[in-house]
Design a protein around this ligand. Structure first.
Ligand code: GLN
Length: 557
């Protein structure tokens, strides 16, 4: 078993997760079986309750774990399927230790960071060490070297290296090499200092990934190598990518990262086959047409808040050789009229969300999409919003709402299951993780999926209220997918609309490059049809630039 620990230096937001994921892509393309693990040094027990403004989206795994969005990068960039065992926060570590102490497991000994906390961390790495399943474990340590919170993790790694032997482990340090305009120079000092910090704790990186705006010249490489005790060929340049994050594996490969890692870990494999990946990147970078899509949500200024959705749109669009112009609309701005903002888009997507803010604006957007035959994709809350809109404006039921937004609504078309059964005030907890959906034959959903049984990831509390099913169905509202017992609505669509789909789950967590999710793919196809048929103002870009050749996607020379 081989281990790669990814640490970060100088500042946060260097794209450590993306770098780790990209290395995973390359190792998989060399035929290795890769698994990831993320250690988050904050004290929250899980990221599920963290504010998207601060933290970006909550990424949900098959087993229902609510995790950091870096796990989304790992799953999108590789074939690995992660569970709660692949994410560990300091909060979880301390919770484990304190529970053990309360149970008396430590037999009255003094409970300490070393060995008790570090043992919990090391055990979590060992739990993944299943040689029948994986060849390489890539563990990313969140935060920046020098943070107090991160120390127990780094100490655990130091001990772990001692236990498994240096030939089986590398530390890859992702660092910043800033360009100082006044001096016309790239500066190596921050990296030197952050490596010195690592050494203080007893860790010596074998690979430096240098995030930089400018190419690293020979002198800079030599200097970094000499001061940081890293071989010169292990000073890897990771320049800001020009177009898309999916270029990162290609640029790292061009820098020789995957060969270097294999050499350091004594892994003998053939070179990576990146042909499909390159083709995908080429389509993202240089599509032959474009389509304009509105995303109507709450956190429009925080790009990471809907990360998986934007990625899923990219995957689907690339499969149609199409680029996307995203129009990000704050739902609250649609509360008093939508036409001005939606008239130039070929599709409307409403993401998930919690709480009443912006809901009326989303309902207006769903109405616009329904009335103008504009393709609509409603994810989780987006589906609930589409449902409320239909019940109000097509079925003419007054005061329809979800009990999430009006707990005393006389017409709870969306509510908690307990409420539907007449039980009030039962603390309903979240329905999380993968659940099966049976798709009704003959529906648009069946056509899109090409299947009648699918499994998708969930994260919600409220449900469609089946009491309204017949009344709404009579007007053209179709429940096209349900839980196998038929109790929960999972998918809805409108009979008289080219593409109005809502799902109670989150398909965005299962889309990958070259494997777009059917609901997103269907949505983009419908948007393209809409664009040519109706919205002539959303013209496809006639002057699409020349197509990029494969070799132009990686820096030459
Ligand atoms: N707030 C809604 C619910 O709890 C939708 C959740 C979501 O969009 N993830 O059911």
């Amino acid at each position: 078993m081989k281990y790669i620990f990814v640490t970060g230096g100088v500042i946060s937001s260097l794209g450590k997760g993306l770098t780790a994921a990209s290395l995973g892509t390359l190792l998989e393309a060399r035929g290795l079986r890769v698994v990831f693990q993320k250690f988050d040094p904050y004290l929250n027990v899980d990221p599920g309750t963290m504010n998207p403004f601060q933290h970006g989206e909550v990424y949900v795994l098959n087993d229902g774990a609510e995790t950091d969005l870096d796990l989304g990068h790992y799953e999108r960039f590789t074939n690995c399927v992660l569970t709660r065992h692949n994410n560990l926060t300091s909060g979880q570590v301390y919770e484990t230790v304190i529970l053990r102490e309360r149970r008396g497991d430590y037999l009255g000994k003094t409970v300490q960071v070393i060995p008790h906390v570090t043992d919990v961390i090391k055990n979590r790495i060992r739990e993944l060490s299943d040689e029948s399943k994986y060849d390489v474990v890539i563990t990313e340590i969140g935060g920046t070297t020098g943070d107090i919170e991160g120390l127990p993790f780094l100490e655990a790694i130091r001990q772990f290296i001692l236990e498994v032997g240096p030939q089986n482990v590398i530390n890859m340090h992702v660092t910043l090499v800033p360009y100082i305009k006044a001096a016309h120079e790239l500066k190596t000092k921050p990296t030197q200092q952050s490596v010195a910090k690592l050494r203080e704790i007893g860790l010596q990186p074998q690979v430096l990934i240098c995030r930089t705006e400018r190419p690293l010249d020979r002198d800079v490489r030599r200097k970094l190598s000499m001061f940081c005790s890293v071989s010169e060929k292990a000073v890897i340049e990771e320049r800001d990518v020009e177009h898309t994050i999916y270029e990162v594996p290609l640029t790292l490969h061009a820098e020789g990262l995957d060969q270097l890692v294999c050499d350091l870990l004594h892994l003998e494999t053939p070179g990576p086959d990146m042909a499909d990946w390159r083709k995908f990147v080429e389509r993202v970078v240089c599509p032959s047409k474009r389509v304009k899509i509105a995303v109507v949500g709450k956190y429009m200024d925080v790009r990471d808040a809907y990360k998986s959705i934007y990625e899923s749109l990219t995957h689907a669009a690339a499969s149609e050789d199409c680029g996307i112009d995203l129009k990000l609309i704050d739902a609250e701005s649609l509360e008093h009229g939508v036409d001005a903002q939606l008239k130039d888009v070929a599709g409307v997507l409403i993401p998930g969300g919690f709480g009443p803010r912006g809901v009326e604006g989303k309902i207006n957007a769903a109405r616009y999409a329904r009335e103008h035959n504009v393709p609509f994709l409603g994810l989780c809350l987006g589906m609930q919003v589409g449902t409320i809109e239909f019940a109000r404006n097509v079925c003419g039921i007054k005061n329809v709402n979800s009990t999430e937004f009006d707990k005393d609504t006389p017409e709870p078309v969306i509510s908690l299951l307990e409420e539907q059964r007449g039980v009030r005030n039962k603390g309903a907890s979240m329905r999380l993780g993968t659940w099966p959906t049976n798709i009704v034959k003959g529906t648009l959903a069946e056509k899109i999926y090409g299947d009648t049984e699918v499994t998708e990831r969930h994260r919600h509390r409220y449900e469609f209220n089946m009491k309204y099913r017949d009344r709404m169905n009579a007007k053209g509202f179709v429940i096209s997918g349900t839980s196998p017992d038929g109790i929960l609505a999972e998918l809805i669509e409108l009979r008289d609309h080219p593409y109005f789909i809502g799902c109670q789950y989150h398909p965005e967590f299962q889309s990958k490059p070259n494997k777009p999710h059917p609901l997103f793919k269907g949505f983009i196809q419908a948007c393209l049809r809409q664009q040519t048929a109706h919205a002539t103002h959303v013209r496809a870009d006639q002057e699409s630039p020349h197509r990029v050749l494969e070799r132009e996607l990686v820096p030459q020379g």
